[in-house]
Design a protein around this ligand. Sequence first.
Ligand code: NAP
Length: 323
Amino acid sequence: MKAAISRKYGPPSSIVFEEIPTPTPKENEVLIAIKASTVNRTDSGFLTGLPKFARLLIGFPNPKYHILGCEYAGEIVALGSSITKFKLGDKVFGFGDAPFGGHATFRVAREDEAIAKIPSNLNFQQAAALAEGAHYALCDIRAANIKSNMDVMVYGAGGAIGSAAVQLLKAMDVKVTAVCGTHQKNKIAAYGLNQIIDYQQEDFTNCNQEFDLVFDAVGKSSFAVCKPLLKPNGIYISTELGPNNQNPFLALWHALTRKKGKRILFPIPTYNQEDINYLGNLAAQGKFMPLIDRTYPFAQLKEAYEYLLTGQKTGNVIIEMPF
Ligand SMILES: NC(=O)c1ccc[n+]([C@@H]2O[C@H](COP(=O)([O-])OP(=O)(O)OC[C@H]3O[C@@H](n4cnc5c(N)ncnc54)[C@H](OP(=O)(O)O)[C@@H]3O)[C@@H](O)[C@H]2O)c1
């Protein structure tokens, strides 16, 4: 099979395409012919190994995983002897960052891994982008214990995480205020939200409203800046460490001291097959559709990463595998 390999941390140019043996599924595994994948922030973090201290977790001195691509969609072409949930020809999508494996023409997955059948209203490209941004959003929404009719602000609503977050919240009947740039307003308005603030035209902190959760899905704000926007017991969550890497420490401090009132959480993202099924079911009901920015052929994977690393992507960048 053809695979994009990165044996050392580095820029996209360090990726090499190689022919390697196609894996044979073990008794509890399926073999998936990959039709589409994505490049995303999880992949680029593991590609570059930045920030450097993250290498203690993702492999030191060299990366633990050589084939990246945490999201994938494809067709099952071989089955292990004990498989009961899937059959040959099933179209499936999945997420995995331990291991990855979507940037190759085939990938094996355990039957109980985070894979699920693709809803019939989605093609491979759409299905490939169902899980990365959305599973971070889902973890954070659950950690904040958000319920219907609560008020949530999503800052960075045009990103992969942000665009998933606004849709997941809307599906829960939450009142959503989205903050995005001018060029994204029309796309985000299509989600039928309660309010949209254009951060390029106005200061989002000046909105005269308080929220149960301010979710910074692009990590450009801080707890201190957003605190005035929180209700008395409101929660702030950011997908980034914060301007001085303070978010995890502040969240730990607030948890240890059982802080009352406005506080910050820094949830550790998790995922399982149930979560992936949940996202697939929302998509099947027309309540969630990944926002797609661009599509690159597999042969242009490095260019796709270069685009991602500009920080200009909006939503998801798809990689189309050779059929
Ligand atoms: N460490 C990890 O493994 C990991 C994994 C996933 C995500 N993350 C972090 O989570 C964040 C979101 O990831 P993502 O994939 O959803 O990002 P993304 O799709 O690249 O988000 C891009 C969005 O950021 C918005 N944006 C850029 N600058 C902004 C600013 N100054 N104010 C408000 N919005 C701004 C843009 O909005 P407009 O187009 O509307 O301007 C764009 O839609 C990133 O910071 C990423 O590093 C980390």
